[in-house]
Write a protein that binds this ligand. Structure first.
Ligand SMILES: [Mg+2]
Length: 392
């Protein structure tokens, strides 16, 4: 079995970053999101400038204020946090539907089926989210969820500056034990403060020390959870990224380096995006009924147009034809195009729909299968069908 590529993504000081978007004066200042500083409430998030004073989340506001007398308290309501969270998660789900959101600002992604290296996917995702939302994120990159999460925690806490970390921390397969060896036991998932204390009392300070004892020792001490602890101490974790059922579309978009007014360039881009969307649908065994085109003009004004099909589709050609038709509805353009995107929603399992294709599309389906196989083996950029799809 080839190694999986798992990412853990976590927004940096999420609530504070969102507050800063709405109030740029906060930039670089020590501030915290929390309730009444004179009451008994706690800090729910604090800026990296505030962390320089020792302020931490979950700390009583009164204590935070003692540590940092200039600390500014802000709180503008949960609504804008969920809105920002949705925007980020949408960008993540545009990359892959294999997303498991675990809190308002954290998610696991399984990117094993994407051809690029996990590190370059992480870099791209981080810069994509930042350029679209101005929100900083950090990522952990590893072969399983446990290691991706720990890698991210460590990468973030190694950052000591008064700015968001925007860290990307990689643990290569095979390097798990070395990465974990000297970390304190409480970094291990499932080891809470009480358990950490107990382990410390038993003389175990580091994860490496846990890994160094035979599994039988741990089973004797803690039963079934003893084995879990031992396995995690080896960096082992077989759990899957469990997709959210809210995944409702697969889409792909591109922001041009320079704004584009030439319809022929846009046609080629839509073709390319349609092929990527089709490839991802087939890879997941999905097809969809609604084909969507997204277009953003140079002035950032954004439009989407969609077309509902009679039967679910996953063929590049059909997606392209519909998306291109939607684009041509805007022609002649009022403005050059800054961003263009193609998406398919109304997803269903492709297997149920198979009989619909077998007649007229069988030949095309065989071609697509062959194309996908080459892409699977050599990466998606190797083979572009280009002229095999005729200009209409
Ligand atoms: Mg966070």
């Amino acid at each position: 079995m080839s190694a999986r590529k798992i990412l853990h993504i976590d927004l940096d000081a999420f609530f504070c970053s969102v507050e800063e978007l709405h109030n740029p004066d906060l930039h670089g200042k020590p501030f915290a999101v929390g309730g009444d500083p004179n009451g008994r409430s706690v800090v729910s998030s604090c800026s990296y400038a505030a962390r320089q004073y020792g302020v931490r989340s979950a700390m009583p506001c009164a204590k935070a204020l003692r540590l940092c007398p200039d600390l500014i308290f802000v709180h503008s309501g949960y609504g804008q946090y969920t809105e920002a969270s949705h925007a980020v998660m949408e960008i993540i789900r545009d990359l892959t539907p294999m997303v498991q959101q675990i809190s308002i600002d954290e998610a696991f992604l399984d990117v094993s089926d994407l051809p690029d290296s996990a590190l370059s996917i992480a870099r791209r995702l981080q810069s994509d989210i930042y350029s679209k939302t101005k929100l900083p994120t950090s990522l952990g990159v590893a072969g399983n969820k446990l290691m991706a999460k720990i890698a991210n925690n460590i990468g973030k806490s190694n950052h000591k500056k008064p700015t968001p970390p925007m860290a990307i921390t990689v643990v290569e397969p095979g390097e798990e034990s070395a990465f974990l060896e000297n970390l304190p036991v409480r970094e291990l998932w499932g080891v809470g403060p009480k358990m950490a204390e107990r382990l410390n009392m038993m003389g175990f300070k580091t994860i490496g020390q846990i890994a160094g004892k035979p599994v039988a020792f741990w089973e004797k001490a803690f039963g079934k959870s003893g084995r879990d602890i031992w396995e995690r101490a080896q960096g082992q974790d077989e759990r899957m990224v469990v997709e959210d059922h809210s995944v409702k579309s697969i889409s792909q978009e591109v922001t041009f380096n320079i704004d584009i007014a030439d319809p022929e360039i846009l046609r080629k881009k839509i073709l390319n995006l349609s092929e990527q969307v089709g490839y991802r649908l087939r890879k997941k065994g999905l097809c969809g009924t609604t084909i969507r085109l997204k277009i953003r003009w140079a002035n950032f004004e954004t439009h989407t147009r969609q077309k509902k099909m009679h039967s679910p589709v996953d063929q590049d050609r059909v997606i392209f034809e519909q998306a291109y038709e939607q684009m041509m509805a805007f022609y002649p353009f009022k403005q050059p195009v800054r961003l263009i995107g193609v998406g398919v929603s109304g997803l269903t399992n492709a297997m149920h729909q198979l009989p619909l294709w077998e007649t007229e599309d069988e030949k095309e389906r065989r071609l697509l299968n062959a194309v996908d196989e080459v892409r699977n083996r050599f990466g998606k950029n190797v083979l572009k069908r280009g002229n095999s799809i005729k200009k209409k």
